[in-house]
Design a protein around this ligand. Structure first.
Ligand code: GBH
Length: 495
């Protein structure tokens, strides 16, 4: 009797779950989910002075101060994708990827920096790449700016000069006109948070300006305006005929409370990272997050500044910026613990957020000091973006892990497996709206200050051979199976 009851209860619950529950297979990608790989102009192209290309801030920075890069290297040749793009596309095809995210070199397209003269050869290079992708049924995803603006623009102050809002808009118009007919997804600016703090605050990256504690915020302010201007240009002049999507790329790291229950620190950390760029664009009210305005206004006053170090938007600018993204472009790699600051801060983030970051020593290390394997933080950040910004479509535009040169990249396979499982769960169980994922990266490449010492590629690149030989790592094999079956394959046989 009890056993019959048990059986019928079991059958009943199975039936109910079939009817009412979502698909709870957290290894299989949702229908129509798209998977691609990424790279960025300065990190892969080389051809730094090919044809009439102008210098970028990264050409200038690496040539002027080579010691800033751990192995004294630069991107003069990098992966030589300027010459080897057809081989790159062949690999994308062979692996079975749906899209390729790459970025444009502003100074290759506009050698003077301004839109007075468009380089024929520069444009031709990108048209050739796009045609090669389309011939192979791979969708091009084009980022206009991944940190390498023209040096002449920098001579005018770069992101410190608000004329860059117009100059970036002029550049964007040229790109939409020339490439827009064949590109359906554009991203304006990659990770403002990163290049604004590292390029204009602590100065460790190009253009190397140490302008703390104001430069980073000034840069972010002009980025938001420039992004919005490019968005409106697309909207008004091109959307009708080109019918694509355009958005911005924001790095949102994960954060968990170091002291259990300290949700306030988690929330503040989110707003000072993700929210700095996301709140003005994706929130209902627009403008910077309240906690940023409050803290920075207060600190500035206490420090004796006549006005806040965080610039203010006029109501018109707030309106002009809000809503300027057809999707939420997300880069995500790792998670930190956060807690209320106890030590004197050594950076602007710590000063103004009042927090400090740490890591749990048990989280697995990678070849990059800043990157631990923390898949749980990925699901959390997706749910947080859903709740904060009314569930926008989130395009994952970067996610990946580094090695030091091995072909047997077990750790990378485990990383992708565990992060993607979090992603599928966030979509299927929690209703997060994520239709697209992009791994960083297709190729080992010039990893900024880390030169060629930290390798994020699924393809190994031999930087000692003039041919820049590409060799698949073990993860390529795993990815091929995943892409063929649209299901996460067990990692044990790759151990
Ligand atoms: C991405 O940024 C970039 O978009 C991409 O170009 C890059 O190749 C990829 O990451 C891998 O690094 O020097 O210890 O203070 C990721 C976010 C922000 C991570 C800056 C490294 C510096 C940490 N990055 N951060 S540290």
């Amino acid at each position: 009797m009890t056993s019959t009851l048990c059986w019928s209860l079991l059958l009943y619950s199975l039936l109910i779950s079939r009817i009412f529950c979502h698909d709870d297979d957290y290894l299989t990608f949702p229908e129509g989910f798209r998977i691609g790989a990424a790279g960025a102009s300065y990190q892969i192209e080389g051809g730094w002075n090919a044809s009439d290309k102008g210098d970028s801030v990264w050409d200038n920075f690496t040539h002027r101060e080579p010691w800033r890069i751990v192995d004294n290297s630069n991107g003069d040749i990098a992966c030589d994708s300027y010459h080897k793009y057809k081989e790159d596309v062949k690999w994308l095809k062979e692996i079975g990827l749906d899209h390729y995210r790459f970025s444009l070199s502003w100074s290759r397209i506009l050698p003077t920096g301004y839109a007075d003269k468009v380089s024929e050869n520069g444009i031709r290079y990108y048209k050739n790449l796009i045609d090669e992708l389309l011939r192979n049924n791979i969708e091009p995803l084009v980022t206009l700016y991944h940190w390498d603006h023209p040096q002449v623009i920098e001579e005018q102050g770069g992101w410190m000069n608000d004329m860059i809002v117009k100059w970036f808009g002029d550049y964007a118009r040229v790109v939409f006109r020339e490439l827009g007919p064949k590109v359906k997804i554009f991203a304006t600016i990659n990770e403002p948070n990163s290049f604004c703090t590292e390029g204009y605050e602590d100065g460790c990256k190009a253009p190397g300006k140490q302008l703390a504690p104001t430069g980073g915020y000034m840069c972010g302010h002009n980025v938001l305006k420039a992004h919005a201007r490019a968005y409106h240009i697309y909207d008004r002049e091109f959307r009708k005929s080109q019918n694509g999507k355009i958005g911005i790329v924001i790095p949102c790291g994960g954060q968990i409370a170091k002291n259990p229950g300290d949700n306030a620190s988690v929330e503040t950390s989110f707003q000072f990272g993700c929210g700095w760029m996301a709140h003005p664009i994706f929130s209902k009210t627009g403008d910077y997050p309240e906690v940023m305005k409050r803290n920075i206004d207060r600190n500035s006053k206490n420090e004796g500044y006549p006005r806040s170090r965080l610039p203010k938007f006029s109501p018109n600018w707030i309106k002009y910026i809000r809503g300027t993204s057809d999707y939420f472009g997300l880069n995500h790699y790792t998670t930190f613990e956060v807690s209320r600051r106890t030590k004197k801060p050594d950076d602007v983030w710590g000063l103004d957020s009042g927090l400090e970051k740490s890591v749990d020593p048990s989280w697995p290390r990678t070849a990059s000091a800043w990157l631990r394997v923390t898949p749980f933080g990925f699901g959390d950040i997706l749910r947080q973006i859903k709740d904060e910004y009314q569930n926008p479509p989130v395009y994952i535009l970067e996610n990946g892990v580094s090695d030091s040169g091995t072909l047997n990249d077990h750790q990378r396979i485990g990383y992708f497996y565990s992060y993607l499982k979090e992603l599928i769960t966030a979509v299927k169980r929690d209703g997060c709206n994520v239709p697209l994922y992009t791994m960083w990266s297709l190729l080992d490449n010039f990893e900024w200050n880390r030169g060629y010492t930290e390798r994020f590629g699924i393809l190994h690149v031999d930087f000692n051979s003039s041919n820049r030989t590409r060799t698949p790592k073990l993860s390529v094999d795993w990815w091929k199976n995943v892409l063929r079956t649209r299901k996460l394959q067990p990692v044990t046989e790759y151990w």
